[in-house]
Design a protein around this ligand. Sequence first.
Ligand code: AHM
Ligand code: MG
Length: 332
Amino acid sequence: DHSALGYSVGVTLDRFIKIKQDDFPFASGELSQILRDIALASKIVNREINRAGLSNIGGAFGSTNIQGEEQQKLDVVANIRFTRALTKGGEVCAIVSEEDDEVIDLQNSSGKYVVAMDPLDGSSNIDVNISIGTIFSIYRRVTPVGSPIQPEDIMQEGNKQVAAGYVLYGSSTMLVYTTGKGVNGFTYENSLGEFFLSHPNIQAPKDGNIYSINEGLTSQMQNGVKNYVESCKKRNFSARYIGSLVADFHRNLLKGGIYIYPKTNKAPDGKLRLLYEANSLAFIAEQAGAKATNGEERILNIQPTALHQRTPLYIGSGQMVDDVYQFMKEEI
Ligand code: AHM
Ligand code: MG
């Protein structure tokens, strides 16, 4: 019970945001508004996902996104929903989205915030009724409000995030976010259309025994990673890999585990994107007492140089991230 803090389990997301407003580093109402906008869009996307099997909305849309991957129709739907909510909310000046090649300049001179997002991650799982997710990061722009958006507003290190979160469309739908003061998780109640605080102050286990990696690609990986995976097997760890980053990350955050997407021969920088996948989850991981690196350095310290830049990702329980780092170092 956190009632001494002004809230307790079961409080609605809206109420929680209001109670927590004073925690926000800048003009609080603005960031609260963005979080509410994201929550609203996620409810709409949740509805679309739930209907996907019925309304034939899932399936290939026939277009490809900048990474050359097949774009699913629900990706497009989610992108539109989140972009629209953030545009109407009025607090955001620019959006970086996995689904858009360029920065979306909202031409909103009073918006102080930049949002980076993957509106629907785990696209290979959409058509087959497996968990998928939304990932987002919120930054404060660094150039003066009212002036044109500059690259430095977008290309900020992850340690500059003012908030980050994800929505997991799983067996139930959850929204998990941080504003840099711990991590809180909310579960969606369908019939009421509300998120309720269900996982206050999430603390990741310091160590764990779950490893999540696409083992089919092992022959393409560095020896350090291979050796670490072998060591997991020797210790009879559980292999768990959904192929949806949010779902794999969420499980490991709660139960203790590590998610790895390393460099491979085919993907020399890894597969995941720094700006709207790795950074967001790294911020949440650290806020919950876990860790995130690219195998060499802290994810949150990487200076981005390109919008859709990829990075290897080692994220999860601190001890496990440290362990794999040692294995990597021994192989250099
Ligand atoms: P996406 O943004 O195209 O959906 O790709 C990201 C996804 C992650 O959710 C997941 O962890 C990873 O790709 C799985 O990749 P792979 O199929 O190579 O194991
Ligand atoms: Mg993605």
